[in-house]
Design a binder for this molecule. Structure first.
Ligand SMILES: NC(=O)c1ccc[n+]([C@@H]2O[C@H](COP(=O)([O-])OP(=O)(O)OC[C@H]3O[C@@H](n4cnc5c(N)ncnc54)[C@H](OP(=O)(O)O)[C@@H]3O)[C@@H](O)[C@H]2O)c1
Length: 308
C-alpha cells in the first residue's frame, strides 16, 4: 500500500514516514514547493504522479492565532485545497483520509463530543477546518475525516517541546487549567491512519468505514495537567522540570478564542475501524524519552494551543 501524504515537515506527515517504514507501508510526502496549498491546482499532478493507493490530507494552516488575521490564507489551505484534493482522489478512484480538528466544536458540551454533535467553531482556524470537512464530503464519498486534538510528537513544534524548553528558563510557569482535551501523539495518529487506510482499501464498498471519526488519545487532561505530567516524567528521566501554576483562560488572552471542553470520544473509530487510541500518559512518556535523548529545541510561544 502506498500512501501519498500532503505536507513535508508536519508532525503527522513525519510520523507517517516513520510508522510506515516500520510496517512495510510506503509513504510519500508531497508539499512545498511542488504542492503549495495556497494554489493547489498546479501541484495536484505531483500527487497523481505518485500513484497513491490512499491520499492522506495532513497539511493545514495550523497557526490558530495567526489565522484570525490571515483568514484568506487559512480558507485557501484548510477549506479550498482539501476540496481540490478530494476531487483529485475521486478522479483517481482512491480513498481520501483528511485530518481535522476538535476546534470544530465550541467546547460547551459537558461530556466528550461524538461525531454527530453539532459543530460551532469559535475562531477562523476551526471555521476553515470545518469548511474543509464539508468540501471533502461534497467531493467524494470515499473519504474518512479523522478529527484529532492536541497533537505532540518528537517532531516539529508542539507543547511538549515548548514545556521542556521553558522549564530550562523559568522557575515557574502559568499554564491554563480550565481547557480540557485529549493530548494525542502524532505517532499514534500515524498508526491509526495506516490502519484506517488498510480498511478503506480492502473494503472499498463498505460505507460504514467512510465518514467522520474522532481519533484522539485515550483519557483527558487540562493543559496544566499535561504540563505537570510532562515535568514529573521529565524529572524521572533526568530532564528539565519546573513548577506549574494553574491559571484560568482569562489570565492568558489570545487572539483566537479557545473552546473549554474539546474532549473527543473515539469510540466509533474503535468500533468501526478496530483502532483503540493509546492512553495519552503512556504516549507522552515515550515521546519524552525520545525528546530527552536529543537536544530539545522549539520556537513556539508558551501558549499551549498555538496550533490545533
Ligand atoms: N497540531 C495540532 O495540535 C492539531 C490538533 C488537531 C488537528 N490537527 C490537524 O492535524 C493535521 C496535521 O497537523 P500537524 O500537527 O501535523 O501540523 P503541523 O505540524 O503544523 O504541519 C503542518 C503541515 O502543513 C503544511 N502546510 C502548511 N501550509 C501549506 C501550504 N500552503 N502548502 C503546502 N503545505 C502546507 C506544512 O508544510 P511544510 O512542511 O512546507 O512546512 C506542514 O507540513 C492538520 O490537518 C491539523 O489541522 C492538528
Amino acid at each position: 500500500m502506498r500512501l501519498v501524504v500532503t505536507g513535508k515537515t508536519g508532525q503527522v506527515a513525519t510520523a507517517l514516514v516513520e510508522r510506515g517504514a516500520d510496517q512495510g507501508v510506503e509513504v510519500a510526502l508531497v508539499g512545498r514547493p511542488e504542492l503549495d496549498l495556497l494554489v493547489p491546482e498546479a501541484g495536484l499532478e505531483a500527487i497523481a504522479d505518485l500513484r497513491p493507493d490512499v491520499i492522506v490530507s495532513a497539511a493545514a494552516y495550523t497557526a490558530v492565532d495567526k489565522a484570525e488575521a490571515d483568514e484568506a490564507s487559512a480558507v485557501a489551505v484548510n477549506a479550498t485545497a482539501p476540496g481540490a484534493i478530494a476531487r483529485l482522489a475521486d478522479r483517481l478512484g482512491v480513498p481520501l483520509i483528511h485530518l481535522s480538528t476538535d476546534y470544530v466544536f465550541d467546547g460547551r458540551k459537558d461530556a466528550p463530543y461524538v461525531e454527530t454533535d453539532q459543530t460551532n467553531p469559535l475562531g477562523v482556524y476551526g471555521q476553515t477546518k470545518l469548511a474543509g470537512e464539508k468540501a471533502v464530503a461534497a467531493a467524494t464519498a470515499n473519504h474518512a475525516i479523522l478529527r484529532t486534538a492536541w497533537v505532540y510528537s518528537p517532531f516539529g513544534n508542539n507543547f511538549l517541546k515548548t514545556m521542556l524548553r521553558l522549564a530550562e528558563q523559568r522557575p515557574a510557569l502559568g499554564v491554563v487549567d480550565d481547557q480540557i482535551g485529549n493530548p494525542t501523539s502524532a505517532l499514534d495518529i500515524a498508526d491509526a491512519v495506516i490502519r484506517v487506510a488498510g480498511n478503506l482499501v480492502s473494503r472499498p464498498d463498505d460505507a460504514q468505514l467512510r465518514g467522520i471519526f474522532h481519533m484522539a488519545g485515550h483519557g483527558d487532561a487540562s493543559w496544566a495537567d499535561l504540563a505537570s505530567e510532562i515535568f514529573a516524567v521529565s524529572a524521572t528521566l533526568g530532564g528539565p522540570s519546573t513548577l506549574v501554576n494553574r491559571i484560568g483562560t482569562p489570565d492568558y488572552p489570545t487572539p483566537a478564542p479557545r473552546p473549554a471542553n474539546t474532549r473527543l470520544s473515539s469510540a466509533k473509530l474503535q468500533a468501526v475501524h478496530g483502532v483503540a487510541m493509546p492512553d495519552w500518559r503512556s504516549s507522552t512518556r515515550s515521546t519524552l524519552a525520545r525528546l530527552l535523548g536529543k537536544s530539545v529545541r522549539a520556537t513556539n510561544s508558551i501558549h499551549p494551543e498555538q496550533t490545533s
